[in-house]
Design a protein around this ligand. Sequence first.
Ligand SMILES: Nc1ncnc2c1ncn2[C@@H]1O[C@H](COP(=O)(O)OP(=O)(O)OP(=O)(O)O)[C@@H](O)[C@H]1O
Ligand SMILES: [Mg+2]
Length: 262
Amino acid sequence: MTTLLEARELRKSFPALARTRGRVTAVDGVSLDLAAGETLAIVGESGSGKTTLARMLLRLIEPDSGELRVDGRDFLAARGAALRALRREMQMVFQDPFASLDPRMRIAAIISEPLEIHEPQLARAQRRERVSEALRAVGMGEDALTRYPHEFSGGQRQRIGIARALVLRPRLVVADEPVSALDVSVGAQILELLQNLQRDFSLTYLLISHSLPVVAQLATRIAVMQGGRIVETGTAAQILGAPTHPYTQSLIAAIPVLPIAS
Ligand SMILES: Nc1ncnc2c1ncn2[C@@H]1O[C@H](COP(=O)(O)OP(=O)(O)OP(=O)(O)O)[C@@H](O)[C@H]1O
Ligand SMILES: [Mg+2]
């Protein structure tokens, strides 16, 4: 398998909030490899550093130290056009489908905005075709194009967010808690959609969640984060079936067992 992304000893700290001195170490020396086509899940409790790590991997924020390579090339050294080209290959799907779509924009404009930024040379007709294609890929019809975000349910909005991420035909999609704002059944449909899209478009996923049951369905590998560090990493079967770190064991013990009607 080819390695798409390699992170070595990434670190990031922030000034501590409110009247306290010092800094909070959000990510404390994380190394990971992401192979093309896999789904790596990052699991851990709130505040463990998952989002900070993801934002550094996409270079939305700069690490304090560490190394980052994409296709074996130094991503942290990339500037200008090279940086933009790499960035368009990595897109993010956000947690909150209500906050992440601009309420004043029609769906057509929301999905075509990344194209206007990254592929300004596209003719209008081509752009429209790409937008329709992305919308179809997430199971929505053309009638959505002229409507506004508030006219859609949470699940539909998350589909629109995914269409916006897909319109640039990325290789890597980072989904940060993509279903935690949704009802369980709607969330399950979104996870199934992500699975189908991965197959259809050969996507690599980094899936972030505080919930092991959510990632169990999609992940090929799982990295467990606690206090800014990865404390355990393995195949999904290893982590779910034979966790070795006490923190992972506690996450698994916390999964409620559904009563089965007899
Ligand atoms: N911009 C920031 N300024 C100050 N502190 C921050 C900032 N971003 C993150 N932190 C702190 O870094 C730590 C890790 O936060 P992060 O958002 O990465 O965790 P998380 O695992 O994504 O949590 P959640 O599951 O709640 O989304 C927390 O202590 C948080 O308060
Ligand atoms: Mg987060």
